[in-house]
Design a protein around this ligand. Sequence first.
Ligand code: 9D3
Length: 238
Amino acid sequence: MTLEIQVLTVFPQLFETFLDTAFVGQARARGLATVEVHDLRSWAEDRHRSVDDTPYGGGPGMVMTPEPLVPAIEALAGPVGPDRACRVVALSPQGQPLDQAGLERLGAERRLLLVCGRYEGIDQRVLDLAVDEEVSLGDYVLSGGEIPAMAVIEGLVRLVPGVLGNPESAQIESFGGDLLEGPQYTRPPDYRGRCVPEVLRSGDHAAIARWRRAEALQRTRERRPDLLGRRGSDETES
Ligand code: 9D3
């Protein structure tokens, strides 16, 4: 089952090296995922190929107009409704912040169209008439939805069975998904006087697993206590 992703953007060139590199490039080369990037301006019909206009009510900047955007979405995903074979996700700062559960939900779709917001945002009628949901990358200000769309694509491609070199990696991640990872080490064993913890070189797999769990809990307590929730303090005392 291949994942088919389409992207609608005014900056298609931003995606070029991204799509050919690393896991995303490999997944596409192996036919496990397809990604097509479409330039919104190809749907603009006026002389200047406009995609934005001034906001009603005033305010800074420009807003993406429905005129090329709705026909573009309909051409790529079909008209909104139960027969639409493609889920349409707009990347916008007003969307639901992306997390692993949200990625897994999107990954259950066979076809996705990612609509990249630009300027001050998207005319509300586009969202009402042609978009299924809005997703944000988090509460910080970027200049558009292209980087968030790449984050979504990278996260989704990792979920496609067979994409990761190690077929167990995805599963291991989902088991440990409620904790941060503890520290990791590779050679050399002594780097500028900083030594790899002895337990990791002991060969005692049970001791290594206990140590890693304790380090992960300690680090999560210090950096992301929100991940442990209200019951976290019980578990972390052990
Ligand atoms: C005047 C208010 N604007 C600036 C604070 C609001 C605003 C409009 C448009 C802020 C950012 C953007 C452009 N950003 C996106 O389109 C975007 C985004 C983001 O900025 N942060 C996190 N996720 C996303 S997804 C799309």
